[in-house]
Design a protein around this ligand. Sequence first.
Ligand SMILES: O=c1nc[nH]c2c1ncn2[C@H]1C[C@H](O)[C@@H](COP(=O)(O)OP(=O)(O)OP(=O)(O)O)O1
Ligand SMILES: [Mg+2]
Length: 202
Amino acid sequence: MGEIRTKLWLATKNQGKVKEFQHFFAELGWDVEAVPQGAPDVVEDRDTFAGNAIKKAEEIAKHYNMPALADDSGLEVDALGGRPGVYSARFAGEDASDEQNNQKLLAELANVGEESRGARFISSIALARPGRETLVSFGTVEGSILFAERGTEGFGYDPLFLLADRNRTLAEISLAEKNSLSHRANALRSMIEMLKMEAGDE
Ligand SMILES: O=c1nc[nH]c2c1ncn2[C@H]1C[C@H](O)[C@@H](COP(=O)(O)OP(=O)(O)OP(=O)(O)O)O1
Ligand SMILES: [Mg+2]
């Protein structure tokens, strides 16, 4: 079998996501690259993860006339009625840092007991391709929010997110392990299944 090289833009400016995508796709032998810093900024103004993921992927695919993959993701906390959800990146304000968002989350949950701190990460992945319909998939991972940060791996809310059924946060496991169980990896695996089905239909 000849070598298959799939050139795909990763429509994200989040270096944490780029690392996870590149590790994931390296195993499949796909050629994926993060969009340059000068790529168009996509305004994430939709009110669903899928809506924003589709917008990011389609605008970059159109700009470069190349396939583009985007993730829109966030944290849903039960005690906050599902917030911050699609607003996770801006929880502590526009251009908030991960640290500011984590501090805001801890403050909002300061008086919430351990039994009520359930949460999940959600990812929606969109794959946009010139001249073809955009594919969309979803993935989740269940856990709870700690009272203080633990671990130094990963990015975003990882140090506060304790995985269900194990005494580890997402910042206390390796990149390979995160890619075996994360919301984003689950959404990516579902996307690969959709591509296989599509190939089978042709
Ligand atoms: O695995 C994760 N571990 C920790 N935190 C995470 C994760 N996945 C999403 N998150 C948080 C980070 C950010 O607060 C928001 C995503 O916002 P989201 O707009 O999708 O990403 P982003 O603005 O960082 O990069 P971009 O839009 O260029 O892909 O949820
Ligand atoms: Mg974003």
